[in-house]
Design a binder for this molecule. Structure first.
Ligand SMILES: NC(=O)c1ccc[n+]([C@@H]2O[C@H](COP(=O)([O-])OP(=O)(O)OC[C@H]3O[C@@H](n4cnc5c(N)ncnc54)[C@H](O)[C@@H]3O)[C@@H](O)[C@H]2O)c1
Length: 442
C-alpha cells in the first residue's frame, strides 16, 4: 500500500464529519436493557424477502443460519467457489437449494431481492459494486473495504445506484451499545475526554491458524477465481483458510478486529467521521508463521480533538472492552455489560499545595475553603455506581434484521456505505501508520 493511496482528496471525498453527540444536558433516566433474547418484529407474510448468499465460510454459514430464522426472510440460492460449501449451504437451508460457483447468476436472478456476502476482504469491492450495479441491495461483511480506493469506489457505486448497502459491524445494532450511546448523549459521563478500546486473544484459533477443509483441492475449489486480482500463487489450502494473515487478501487485525472497536466507538459517541490522524505501532510478536500482518497493533487516533486509543493483541487475552472517560466518570462497555463509575470532578479536600503557604496565609486559605465547601461535603458524597446487562454486542441477528427490514420498507440501514467507509478508513490508516512507522493524516 503506497503512501499516495492516502491522499487527502480521497479521504475528504467521502463527506465531511457529522457532528458528535451532545455530551451535556438532560437529566439521567436509565431504563434497564431487556434481558430476553432479541426477537425480530413480525413481518407481513406476503412481504417475504428473498436473498442470495455469497460466501458460506466461517461467517457466511453463521449469517445464513441466522437469516433463515428471521420472520419473512428466505434464502433463494447460495454461491461459493468451494463445492464443500454448497453441501454446507444445503445442510443449513434445504437439500434442493440452488447453488453455484458464479455469483453473477444470483445477481441476474429476478427472484432474488438482495444479497448477503461474506467473502474475504479482497473480494468485497467487486461483489458490492457488481451487486448494486445489478440493482440488488447488499449486506457486506466488515471491513467494508480492503483499501481506501476500494472503499471510495464502493461508496460511489452505492450512491449512484441508490441501492441499500449495509456493512456487517454488528455492534452498531446492539442494544448494549445503544444503551451506552443513550447514556453518553444524556451527559452521564460529562465532557468526553478520552476513549479507549481493546481486544486480545491468546490461542491459535484466535490468531487465525484455522484448519483448512481436509478435502480441499483445485478439483472442488476454483482457486484461480478465489485469488481475484491478487498476483497468483500455486494452490495453497493454508492461504484459503488463513487469508487474514496476509495483506494481499486480508486487512490484518485492523480489518478483522479494530474495525469492530472503531464502529462501536463511532456509534456510541454519535460520530460518523474519519479520524484526523492515526499513529500506530506493533509487530509480529507471537505468531511468526509466515504472516505479513502484525499480531500486535496499537493505534492512537485524533477524532477531531478527541484522543482515541485502541489496541489489539493476538498474544495475550483481554476481552473486548470500551472505556469512555469523562469529567463525571467512566463508562465501561464489554460484551453484555455496561458499568458506570461516577466521579464528582470536584475537590474533596483543600489543596495540598496550600501547605507551601506561610502559616497565616495557609490558615486563611483553609478557613475560606471549609466555609465554601463543607456544606456541600456534609450533604454526603454517596455516588451511585451501576451496571446494565443485555444481549451480547456480538449478536448478528439484530443487524441482519435491520438490513432485511430496510430492503422491505426502503428505510435507511444503521450502517450504510458512508459509515462503513469511515470505519474502514480508520483501519487502513492504522495499517499505513504501522508499515510506514509514521503518523498518517486524513
Ligand atoms: N462481523 C463479524 O463478526 C465477522 C466475523 C468473521 C468474519 N467476518 C467477515 O466475513 C468475511 C468472510 O470471512 P470468513 O471468515 O467467513 O472467511 P472464509 O474464508 O471462512 O469464507 C469465505 C468464503 O467465501 C468464498 N469466496 C471467496 N471469493 C468468492 C467469490 N468471488 N465468489 C463466491 N465465493 C467466494 C470462499 O470460497 C469461502 O468459502 C470477511 O470479510 C470477514 O472479515 C465478519
Amino acid at each position: 500500500m503506497s503512501k499516495d493511496t492516502f491522499s487527502r482528496r480521497e479521504f475528504l471525498g467521502v463527506g465531511a464529519a457529522v457532528a458528535g453527540a451532545s455530551l451535556v444536558g438532560n437529566p439521567l433516566v436509565a431504563a434497564p436493557i431487556p434481558h430476553a433474547a432479541w426477537q425480530p418484529p413480525k413481518g407481513a407474510p406476503s412481504d417475504r424477502v428473498r436473498f442470495g448468499m455469497i460466501g458460506i465460510g466461517m461467517q457466511g454459514s453463521a449469517l445464513l443460519g441466522q437469516s433463515i430464522r428471521l420472520d419473512g426472510v428466505e434464502c433463494a440460492a447460495a454461491c461459493d467457489l468451494y463445492d464443500g460449501r454448497h453441501v454446507l449451504a444445503r445442510e443449513i437451508v434445504r437439500p434442493d437449494l440452488p447453488v453455484t460457483r458464479r455469483y453473477r447468476e444470483l445477481l441476474d436472478d429476478k427472484n432474488i431481492d438482495c444479497i448477503v456476502a461474506a467473502v474475504p476482504d479482497h473480494w468485497h469491492r467487486q461483489i458490492v459494486v457488481d451487486a448494486v450495479s445489478a440493482g440488488k441491495d447488499i449486506y457486506c461483511e466488515k471491513p467494508m473495504s480492503h483499501t481506501p480506493a476500494d472503499g471510495a469506489a464502493m461508496l460511489d457505486a452505492a450512491k449512484k445506484s441508490g441501492r441499500i448497502v449495509q456493512i456487517g459491524s454488528q455492534r452498531v445494532s446492539s442494544q448494549v451499545c445503544a444503551k451506552a450511546k443513550e447514556l453518553i448523549a444524556q451527559g452521564m459521563i460529562g465532557d468526553l475526554t478520552l476513549v479507549e478500546g481493546w481486544l486480545g486473544r491468546n490461542d491459535p484459533n484466535g490468531a487465525w491458524q484455522y484448519p483448512p477443509p481436509p478435502d480441499l483441492s483445485p478439483a472442488n475449489l476454483d482457486w484461480d477465481t478465489w485469488q481475484g486480482t491478487v498476483p497468483k500463487r500455486p494452490f495453497n489450502p493454508l492461504v484459503f483458510a488463513r487469508w487474514r494473515a496476509w495483506k494481499e487478501y486480508g486487512t490484518g487485525v485492523a480489518g478483522d478486529l479494530l474495525v469492530h472497536l472503531v464502529s462501536g466507538m463511532l456509534f456510541m459517541t454519535g460520530m460518523n467521521q474519519v479520524p484526523r490522524q492515526a499513529m500506530a505501532m506493533g509487530g509480529i510478536r507471537r505468531w511468526n508463521d509466515g504472516r505479513n500482518m502484525p499480531d500486535v497493533h496499537a493505534v492512537l487516533y485524533y477524532y477531531g480533538d478527541l484522543p482515541v486509543y485502541m489496541r489489539l493483541n493476538l498474544g495475550t487475552e483481554t476481552p473486548e472492552t470500551y472505556r469512555f472517560q469523562g469529567s463525571k466518570g467512566i463508562l465501561e462497555v464489554s460484551g453484555r455489560t455496561i458499568a458506570f463509575s461516577p466521579q464528582s470532578g470536584l475537590d474533596e479536600s483543600p489543596s495540598y499545595y496550600a501547605y507551601s503557604f506561610p502559616r497565616a496565609l495557609r490558615d486563611q486559605y483553609f478557613k475560606q475553603w471549609h466555609a465554601e465547601n463543607d456544606s456541600r461535603l456534609a450533604k454526603g458524597s454517596m455516588r451511585e455506581s451501576f451496571s446494565f446487562t443485555g444481549p451480547d454486542f456480538d449478536d448478528i441477528k439484530p443487524h441482519l434484521w435491520n438490513f432485511f427490514d430496510a430492503v422491505r420498507t426502503r428505510r435507511p440501514v444503521v450502517e450504510d456505505a458512508t459509515f462503513g467507509h469511515h470505519a474502514a478508513l480508520a483501519c487502513h490508516m492504522a495499517n499505513e501508520s504501522y508499515f510506514t512507522k509514521a503518523a498518517v493524516s486524513a
